[in-house]
Design a binder for this molecule. Structure first.
Ligand code: NAP
Length: 175
């Protein structure tokens, strides 16, 4: 059964997007070698994407590198939104319910990972105890404002356990 993974590139001060959803800061790291990201790409069977991410800023828009994993991912995508688009989007399944979206994405992923894109969706998956793992790539920049990796004011702490023999920043969520 597919596992649910929340992966993101995070600024040193804990943001995955800058103010107003700005993602331009990510471009400067795009050409860096990242074996873990390359390996992850081969293990992702489906993407579960929040609507803010799906319709949000992509500094590579209009180029070959547009989209998830710098344009290298071309598998199934489940888009979670309360407002389904009027017209179908090729290769994208739309869901209006978190559990339904997770179910669809897991079915599509087979034995591989469902990779969550979006902090809001990931937070809900943690709250519902659906999230299995978190993988964070930290980059040396301070954004000061934006979308936090995990934002739940007043929320209870959640324990994370490093995955044995895995790269730094890859954790199992302990419920
Ligand atoms: N640094 C990185 O590696 C990285 C990776 C991915 C994304 N990002 C960025 O991080 C930001 C993530 O934004 P975010 O966390 O605010 O949003 P998000 O998780 O991408 O999307 C949230 C949206 O998804 C829809 N949604 C969420 N839960 C739902 C539910 N239970 N049922 C139906 N619809 C639901 C809602 O959209 P509707 O209003 O349409 O209903 C909601 O506003 C974006 O700016 C993105 O570009 C960064």
């Amino acid at each position: 059964m597919a596992k649910l993974l929340y992966s993101a590139t995070m600024s040193l001060d804990g943001f995955i997007a800058g103010a107003g959803g700005d993602m331009s800061w990510l471009s400067q790291y795009a050409s860096e070698e990242n074996d873990t990201a390359d390996r992850l790409l081969t293990q992702v069977g489906a993407i579960l994407c929040g609507a803010v991410t799906f319709f949000g800023d992509d500094p590579n828009r209009g180029t070959d590198a547009e989209g998830a994993f710098g344009g290298q991912y071309d598998g199934p995508v489940v888009l979670l939104t309360h407002r389904p688009p009027d017209n179908p989007i090729p290769g994208v399944e739309v869901s209006t319910d978190l559990h339904d979206a997770v179910h669809r994405a897991k079915n599509a992923a087979g034995e591989n990972y469902v990779n969550i894109l979006g902090a809001d969706v990931a937070r809900q998956c943690i709250e519902e105890q659906l999230l299995d793992e978190i993988l964070v790539f930290t980059v040396p920049i301070l954004l000061g404002d934006g979308t936090r990796l995990f934002d739940k004011p007043g929320g209870a702490e959640i324990q994370l356990e490093p995955l044995p023999d895995e790269t730094e920043g890859w954790y199992r969520v302990v419920y």
